[in-house]
Every structure is written in C-alpha cells, then in structure tokens.
Design a protein around this ligand. Sequence first.
Ligand code: CU
Ligand code: ZN
Length: 179
Amino acid sequence: MKLFKISLFALLVFGLNCAKEEKIEIEKIIEKPEFTKAVAVVHPLGDSGVMGTVHFTAAENGVNVKAEISGLEPGKHGFHVHQYGDCTAPDGKSAGGHYNPADHEHSGPEEMMRHMGDMGNITADENGVATIDYVDNDIMMDMIIGRGVIVHAGEDDLTSQPSGAAGARLGCGVIGVQQ
Ligand code: CU
Ligand code: ZN
C-alpha cells in the first residue's frame, strides 16, 4: 500500500511537470507581439478637408493619445476609436460604431464605465486646428490596432446613447503599428 502511495505521488509530480512544460510551450506559441506605438493618419471624408495624425504610445498608466487635426470648424468635435479600420464609405459609416469590447454605455474618457473608444472631444482653435495630448486609462494598445479613428462635425455630449450625438463623420484613419 505504501509503495502504491509513493508511485501515485511520483506519477502526480510527473504529470504536473508535464502539464507545466506543455503550458509554457503553448504560451510561447500564442505569445502576442507587444505593441508600444501606433499611429492613425486621418483623411478627409468626402470634401470635409479634415485631416491629421493621431499617435498612441504605451504609457505608465495607459496609453498616451497625442493628435493634431486640421480643417475643422472652431469648437469641440467628437473624437473616438471606432470598431473597424474601414474608412471606405464616403460618410465614414464603414468604421462601425464606437469600439466597445466591454459592452458598456457611451460616456467620456474620464469615466470608469465607457466605450474603450470614447476619447471625448478635440477642440479646434480659430484656425480650425485641434490638438490633444492626454493619457487614456482604458485604451489597450493591442486591442485598438487595425481599428478606426473618427473625427466628428459636432460635439460629443458624453451622455447621449449610443455615441454622444456628435453628428457627421468628417475624418477617418486606420490605427497601424508604428516602429
Ligand atoms: Cu465617433
Ligand atoms: Zn462611445
């Protein structure tokens, strides 16, 4: 009986080791590349003339979002990551709705419960140029690659569902891996 217990124990240890090694092998195979920088070049939709760049850089507590967009009417403009990196439709609708992997309601970038893509607004000056530079605590770099950035005609009120009533889509860009 004692021998049986010892062999059982040995078998168990052996089995656990095998499982552990197998797990490491699997982790190696499915290991995802870690992106630290991404960029979206925003192109005008239709004849809006809205264009610019949005940089995403991994930061200590999230992702630094730094953008400069021109060709806007002075004032606030909704600014989001949308589900698809598809800017083919002239009205930008091909980019889908706000990127929302956690199935939350639309809100603002400061809120805990929000769409991951809810970056709020950018504010254009009298020359129609908007800049923004903040650290977003909800955006995950690996999840936004290949999705779309949309700049809207109107202000995102941060409360209306499902997208803040920000109006037409004026600019669209695809988020790509940056060196
Ligand atoms: Cu949007
Ligand atoms: Zn939203």
